[in-house]
Design a protein around this ligand. Structure first.
Ligand code: NG1
Ligand code: ZN
Length: 531
């Protein structure tokens, strides 16, 4: 067929470096940008097939999130704006690793296995972050789409969650919003303005937020969005990309892992600050107190604030909807304890990686999910949305129930349900703090984090470690878990686990205990047991 001839011809222009083997990992392919041209072309091909198979628009995002500037990566987005399904991750890995002369064979195998009708139309949305390599790499994706006769729309510079939103809007015929960047700002900012409109006691001080844009795409997009916020949120933007390097000593990952503010930003005591990561799908909050001590409010603190707010509104609205919080093993033990024992909220733990959290959150009427690193969102079931909508429109309910229903409706609209989104999460948190009249210090005192430490250990082959129980226990190598158990017993309120990273060639060690010294010592001892 002519289209396969075109694939062959174009594929030769995007050759694979000999011997290179890459895996579709926790969130797509990610490595040094110089090794990715053929991967991008082939993901353009694969997205076209996925579009034919699902008879829907598929997204391809070119980004390496919080990795350094010289890296890049790519992830595929399924029709409802969710991460691509796991079976297709395997197709992606096979196609990415096929030798040059085998590309057509692998492609045809996928077509056969998935029974794809090649005369079906295909549509692919493409987006990219601000890395200097992203322009040519996203062009390689577009080349892949056109080689198989697919249609593409190049959104250019967008955040990862914006592209997820576009794909969802397109495939739901605009029911989720308009599939444009302008439509995105309109939807989320209008909901934010509605939510904050009756918080008249809010001072200018409370409307002010200090933001670290990680020198990435999030900074650019916040600038674009600002006028839609009508001064209801006044953002002073640092690390806007004009001077510093992407993710270099700044951004959500740096702040979370280093447990300190971005370098070079002047923060006044008590000032509310937040950091985005390089593609704006993660956010963490923080402040320094009058003694100069740094306080981090991470994904767990956000999940707690959001779920508390939603639970209170559901009670006020008299709606019997099942709410749960989904976390990973990295969630601070104090957050889980507070949610289960004080808030009486159901907590579920899944493997690391947002796709796992997203799927579990879908099992509930209201599923709040967050990784400790600040990636998360809230999912509302269709039935929950309908009940909230009905109540908001009902003329026979008392004022209290009605008010709660209206707040819930606007809360749904301020949330990007397709994926964790730094911009949408920021608007949600800002709205909750405004409605509750709460300062960042008050939010911080809801519970106190257990001191914790994360370490990375380089080993010959990290895959010798196999885990179970949502990665909280090691099954192999023999004796490792027993050694960890014995170390944990030496400390108070202690917990520790190890797992191979899905995005880096390291084993990650996590430990928490009653003091920072104990957490550090335990993490160190466990990392020695890993060798
Ligand atoms: P790995 O490298 O598998 O630990 C990291 C993060 C995940 C997730 C992915 C994708 C930690 C401990 N792990 O995964 O939460 O965000 O990257 O970016 O933060
Ligand atoms: Zn990211």
């Amino acid at each position: 067929m002519a289209q396969f001839q075109e694939v062959l011809k174009q594929s030769a222009l995007h050759p694979k470096p000999a011997g290179l083997v890459l895996q579709y990992g926790t969130s797509g392919f990610r490595t040094n940008a110089k090794q990715l041209d053929h991967i991008m072309f082939r993901m353009g091909l694969l997205a076209t097939l996925r579009s034919k198979k699902t008879k829907a628009t598929i997204g391809v995002m070119v980004t390496a999130s919080h990795n350094p500037e010289e890296d890049n990566g790519v992830k595929l987005i399924d029709p409802m704006g969710e991460m691509v399904t796991q079976d297709w991750e395997e197709h992606a890995t096979q196609l990415a690793n096929a030798d040059q002369e085998d590309v057509l064979t692998v492609l045809k195998n996928i077509i056969e296995k998935e029974a794809i009708n090649m005369s079906q139309e295909a549509n692919v949305f493409v987006g990219k972050d601000t890395r200097s390599s992203s322009a040519s790499l996203s062009q390689a994706v577009l080349d892949g789409v056109s080689a198989l006769g697919g249609h593409s729309k190049d959104y250019g510079l967008v955040t990862t969650p914006q592209l997820h939103y576009m794909v969802c809007c397109q495939n739901t015929q605009g029911k989720y919003g308009e599939a444009t960047v302008e439509g995105y700002y309109t939807k989320f900012c209008q909901a934010f303005i509605q939510l904050t409109k009756n918080t008249s006691n809010r001072t200018d001080d409370q409307k002010h937020l200090c933001l670290d844009g990680a020198n990435g795409i999030g900074a650019l997009k916040v600038r674009e969005m600002e006028s839609h916020l009508k001064k209801e949120l006044q953002i002073s933007l640092n690390n806007d990309g004009s001077k510093g390097r992407l993710n270099h000593q700044c951004g959500a990952d740096y702040v979370k892992v280093q447990q300190k503010p971005p370098t070079g930003i002047k923060i006044n005591p008590g000032e509310r600050c937040c950091s985005f990561d390089g593609d704006a799908d993660r956010i963490v909050y923080y402040y320094t107190d009058s003694e100069g001590t740094f306080h981090l409010l991470d994904g767990d603190k956000m999940a707690t604030l959001i779920s508390t707010f939603l639970k209170e509104l559901l009670t006020q609205a008299g709606l019997d909807l099942k709410i749960a919080v989904v976390q990973t093993a990295y969630a601070n033990g104090s957050s889980t304890h507070y949610l289960e024992n004080t808030m009486k909220v159901l907590v579920r733990c899944t493997k690391t990686g947002v796709k796992h959290l997203h799927h579990v959150a879908q099992e509930f009427d209201v599923g709040v999910y967050f990784e400790a690193n600040g990636h998360g969102t809230v999912l509302f079931s269709k039935a929950a949305e309908e009940k909230i909508q009905q109540l908001a429109e009902d003329t026979n309910v008392n004022d209290k129930r009605k008010k709660a229903a209206l707040l819930l409706r606007n809360t749904i609209n301020v949330i990007n349900q397709t994926v964790g989104d730094a911009i949408s999460d920021m608007l949600l948190i800002e709205a909750i703090l405004a409605i509750k009249g709460m300062t960042i210090q008050q939010w911080d005192t809801i519970y106190t984090d257990l001191p914790n430490r994360q370490l990375k250990v380089k080993v010959a082959d990290r895959r010798v470690i196999d885990t179970t129980d949502a990665e909280r226990r090691a099954v192999t190598p023999a004796g490792l878990q027993e050694a960890i158990d014995n170390l944990v017993k030496k400390y108070r309120q202690a917990r520790s686990f190890v797992r191979p990273s899905g995005t880096e060639d390291v084993v990650r060690v996590y430990a928490e205990a009653d003091t920072q010294e104990s957490a550090d010592a335990l993490a160190h001892e466990v990392s020695l047991a890993v060798y």
